[in-house]
Design a protein around this ligand. Structure first.
Ligand code: ADP
Ligand code: ASP
Ligand code: MG
Length: 438
């Protein structure tokens, strides 16, 4: 029997009109039994997300300032939705508690989580579904790491008791009961956790675009939606900045093979993107599935003649990064050079120490830093079969007069990473996109 877990993002629940669309979607299929709401998002381009408003309230509380006006604004957003929907619900006692908790010094995570918590209460009332507080079933350990199995067991039991429920996204609780959140956009993860516990047939993730697009719509005009994508491809794209779905949201469902369907609340008739464990029976009509990229990398290149015959050379370089508590992103290497690509933000404060340590550890002929690097991932399961994909990428970039600073092909053959200067980032993505999508 079909059972769907449905998650609605902030823009899908930004006001009463969006709530009505959400209710229509849920009622259209009896299988849509478990609902994960985000906090109300932006109603227009200049609006502020409730989550951001709550972080601001917390900042004021923390500084000992009077936060009542800011908290009142948050309350007005929720009261406005309740009034417009015409439901009889008062959040009076909730706001009294939130105000008191903030005065007692509650954390930023607690403040932020109230956005999903209150929105969940409203949505449950509006749908006539049971409200389940995520603090009672999404567990983190004292270090803030999700306790996946404990959570799964507890949720399983709860869901058995309640056939239709709303479980707010984004937060859970630690062993001492303190509220903690995932990183931003984390309601996607809650949806995935609930889908696993419910043994759902499908996890529907409703947002404001008609699926995963082949490139960021802020960079490429009208990019094509991707009909079917594998978890692996999605993970590569999400990690590299295609943020439609939180990069960690595939893990809980991947474990049990539940597909995810990205859908558009504002255009529910569109099929969206289906994310599946493997797509052997769905041959894409483009060689590449999608393109994503990120700014803010540094390449640290170490040159030394005959480094390949020096046993332990690579390890010594990587040891320097480990000793400086840094992870690396890529490791392209040549005969006498090896480059370590790292995140610029983390690298900057440790720059001097890392350079000195590399000199000490490897006695290189040269050490070259390439800053302001952008990485672009071209991802596609179709690349395994197609010949000449890399050549087409390079041709497209050279025709656009863009210099390639680095190349790395993942061993799984489903992605090719190219490094370009940050200033060429958007043009490079457009050039690659138009090479493969005619
Ligand atoms: P929600 O609030 O529903 O969780 P998000 O804002 O987190 O929605 O994610 C949807 C947004 O992701 C889109 O509005 C779009 O601007 C952005 N985005 C970035 N890259 C892509 C892509 N490749 N495909 C679709 N959307 C993308
Ligand atoms: N409301 C939270 C955020 O803005 C979580 C989410 O929307 O998924 O990050
Ligand atoms: Mg999101």
């Amino acid at each position: 029997m079909d059972l769907k877990v449905v998650k609605f993002g902030g823009s899908s629940l930004a006001d009463a009109n969006q709530f009505r669309k959400v209710k229509d979607i849920i009622l259209a299929e009896a299988s849509r039994r478990y609902v994960i709401p985000s906090a109300p998002g932006k109603r227009n381009g200049t609006d502020t997300k409730v989550t951001d408003m709550l972080y601001e309230v917390h900042r004021q509380a923390e500084r000992g300032e009077d936060f009542s006006a800011s908290l009142k604004k948050v309350r007005n957003r929720f009261d406005g939705i309740i009034a417009d929907l015409g439901i009889s619900l008062s959040l009076e006692s909730e706001f009294i508690k939130i105000e008191a908790d903030l005065k007692k010094g509650s954390t930023a995570a607690y403040a932020a989580s109230r956005g999903e918590y209150l929105n969940g209460i409203i949505l449950a009332e509006y749908l006539g579904y049971t409200f389940i507080d995520a603090a009672s079933c999404i567990f983190f350990n004292k270090d803030g790491v999700l306790e996946a199995e404990k959570t799964n067991e507890c949720l399983k039991q709860l869901l058995k008791q309640y056939p239709r429920a709303v479980i707010p996204g984004f937060y859970g609780s630690m062993p001492d009961g303190t509220i903690i959140t995932f990183s931003r956009g984390g309601s996607d993860i809650t949806g995935s956790i609930v889908a696993r516990a419910a043994t759902a047939t499908l996890y529907e993730n409703w947002t404001d675009v008609s699926g995963f697009l082949m490139a960021d719509p802020r960079c490429v005009e009208n990019p094509r939606p991707i009909p079917v994508i594998t978890y692996k491809e999605l993970r590569e794209l999400a990690y590299m900045g295609a943020t439609v779905l939180h990069e960690e949201a595939v893990f809980p469902v991947r474990y049990v093979g539940i597909p995810i369907n990205i859908r558009n609340t504002n255009q529910p008739e569109d099929p969206g993107t289906l994310i599946v464990p493997n797509a052997d029976d769905h041959i894409p009509d483009t060689v590449i599935t999608g393109i994503a990229g990120k700014l803010g990398f540094v390449s640290v290149s170490v040159e030394k003649d005959m480094m390949n015959s020096e046993v332990g050379f690579g390890r010594r370089i990587l040891q320097v990064f480990e000793d400086n508590d840094m992870c690396f992103e890529h490791l392209p290497s040549g005969i006498d050079t090896m480059s370590v690509i790292v995140n610029a933000h983390d690298f900057k404060p440790k720059r001097a120490s890392i350079i000195a340590d590399i000199y000490r550890a490897t006695d290189p002929d040269a050490l070259v830093l390439d800053e302001h690097l952008a990485l672009i991932a071209v991802v596609g399961r179709g690349m395994v079969r197609a010949k000449g994909t890399a050549a087409r990428i390079f041709k497209a970039l050279s025709t656009a007069d863009i210099n390639i600073k680095m190349i790395d092909q993942g061993s799984s053959e489903i992605n090719i990473i190219v490094g370009v200067e940050e200033k060429d980032f958007n043009a490079a993505i457009r050039a690659i996109y138009h090479e493969f999508v005619k």
